[in-house]
Design a protein around this ligand. Sequence first.
Ligand code: C2O
Ligand code: CU
Length: 494
Amino acid sequence: TVGAAGWSRLAAASTGRVLASAGPLPRPFAVPLPVPPVARPVRSAHGTDFYEVEQREGTAQILPGRSTTVWGYDGIFPGPTFAARSGRRTVVRVRNGLAVPTVTHLHGGVTPPESDGYPTDLLLPVRCAPGGADAGMAAAHGGRTAVGYRSYAYPLPQRAATLWYHDHRMDFSAPQVWRGLAGFFLVTDAEEERLPLPHGERDVPLMLCDRSFEEDGSFRYPAPHDHDAFPDGVLGDVQLVNGAPWPVLDVCATRYRFRLLNASNARRYRLRLDAPAGRSAPFVQIGSDGGLLAAPRAVTSLAMAPGERFDVVVDFSAFPLGSELTLRNTAAAGGMRDVMRFRVVRTGKDDSRVPARLSTSFAPLVPDRTMPVRSFDFRRTHGPDDRQMWTVNGRPFDTDAVLASPRLGRVERWRFSSDFHHPVHVHLGQFQVVARGGRGPGPADAGWKDTVDVRPYEVVEVLVRFTHYQGRYMLHCHNLEHEDMAMMANFQVV
Ligand code: C2O
Ligand code: CU
């Protein structure tokens, strides 16, 4: 057993190994925070917004004086932000202008199976001979292969929430996300719009991820034959927010809403906002992966595992003009303890508030005595040649194996256990954490979740319910290197 001190040490530990950059690291707090552009529909008709996006190489200025080739949606990293509405269909037609197959998954989306981005539903490059090796592989796994273009349809029968989209290609999600294939997808609804929360320029998405760079400015990522040296995931030594290294944001002395996303491959964060004179400013958490909480909660530190989102409000009016506040990751060491900086540079009119009651559409799931209880154990094993394998219930991912067949609309109790840090992500279903380590939910577990951090030798219990669609979906570890090393499993909603 692990005592309380042990737990907090475990919670803080960053897993994975740092891949050092070649060449000088950028100076912190020198670049303004970029905000990704909002995607515009090419047309709207009959309650549907149609978008066209191209996956292609682009050039980004991430490091001073050096340029970086990114693989981006529309050639940018992060990709464009989609602004969608609950219950209104969004159709995104993706053109693959890259040289590799891709798969796009809307993380947190309640999406029909054919648009969910199953890892073998490959979108082959537009310049690709049909019937090549990738198509053969996908077909062998029952994949729905498309060449050049694929339309993903998102009906969004779900609450307002901060979702994100990213690559999910079988065996290659980690390197492809690392090179830039990720972006925000924001869903709003009438309930959220009625709230007096900060909005417009004071509603800022913050995508946190770490990267390493080659001397020439290109992204550095281990070659396939080096993957075994990073069994716990690849960590970078440059902290990016919205694609910029250790950026700075000039703010008014008012409230801001920040939608925090941990889009890192393997890095974990314990965020704290350091204010002048050693004071630590509270975050007011208003939402989680699955949208608004019932009521706000003030917290001084936020633990974020890969894939998780936290929606927070920070009130800068508590600080004199000229104050500098630094967002820190207290789970990291050295320069990676810094994330970004806020400078309070002017006063501003603020008509925003954080109401004591945020959402009435949030209802706790009710367990019952006859509901199915299922266990999923996330564990490292050694294969016959002593290579590391990452497994769910003892087996690496098998596209044909179905580990569970939950019934549509039925509440189930799922137990996640592990031998290591594994952020467990469930497609389609949203869940509520009811127990962690034999106690109640932890501070980061509030609200509707689709990703939950399972720490070493800890059991996390959730109540989950799948709605709207039947078919094959997956759950997996969201440490992207573990995901690529087969720590995924299927379930079939019936
Ligand atoms: Cu964010 Cu299955 O992934
Ligand atoms: Cu894992």
